[in-house]
Write a protein that binds this ligand. Structure first.
Ligand code: CA
Length: 230
């Protein structure tokens, strides 16, 4: 089975053209013309990449990108007819991986799709190596030995701090709520609440961040939770 790609695009001719070009390159392509249907599909199915139009009936591309990013770190290429819109969405930092202004050549699109998929597969494939070591920009997490190295220097972690850091690093670019993290790391019977998560994040940042007031690894998503940036 080919790599599955979702196109959310209300202009059917453009969507069909993109699909034809991608299928020639052996991708399996699904088109949704409506924003709501596109969003639902993006969340429910296992796509490896999304090509997302900005102006859509129902839910627009901004909203779809934001919602998808809450749970998935697959590449998202956003397209728009307006150059100004592209500048705007880039400024919002919604987490799209690439932006293209219409009209663009379909072969240019295919080239970018290929590049993003290669990068993504490398990321997913190498983050967790067979020997259970996660390495991200100067941080090395050895899951077998339960040790953490920052720029080659070992830092001491408590058991829960370690579990929390490892879990975040294994889910890069994904926004995880404090409640999710609490559930994942602390068992349900344990005493405490989600404020425990905040305290542990603070301690982890002191160990891994160069400046914990400007975190480069664990980003705070206000009102939601945290994201480990890759
Ligand atoms: Ca449109």
């Amino acid at each position: 089975m080919g790599t599955k790609i979702l196109i959310v695009e209300d202009e059917e001719e453009i969507a069909e053209l993109e699909k034809d070009y991608l299928e020639v390159s052996d991708y399996e392509v699904v088109i949704e013309n409506d924003g709501q249907a596109g969003l639902q599909r993006a969340l429910e199915e296992d796509f490896k990449l999304i090509i997302l139009d900005l102006m859509l009936p129902g839910v627009d591309g901004f909203e779809i990108c934001k919602k998808v990013r809450e749970s998935k770190n697959i590449p998202i290429i956003m397209v728009s007819a307006k150059k100004e819109d592209i500048d705007k969405i880039r400024g919002f930092g919604l987490g799209a991986d690439d932006y293209m202004t219409k009209p663009f050549s379909p072969s240019e699109l295919v080239a970018r799709v290929k590049a993003h998929l290669t990068r993504y597969e490398r990321l997913v494939g190498t983050n967790v190596k067979e020997n259970n070591i996660i390495e991200i920009r100067g941080i090395k997490i050895d899951k077998t030995a339960r040790r953490v190295y920052v720029n080659g220097e070992e830092k001491l972690f408590t058991s829960k701090e370690f579990d929390l850091l490892a879990f975040l690093a294994e889910n890069p670019n994904r926004v995880l709520s404090k409640a999710d993290l609490f559930r994942e790391i602390w068992d349900l019977e344990s005493v405490g609440d989600i404020a425990t998560v905040t305290v542990h994040i603070k301690k982890i940042r002191e160990k891994i961040e160069f400046d914990s007031s400007k975190p480069q690894y664990i980003e705070t998503i206000w009102g939601v939770g945290y994201r480990f940036k890759v």
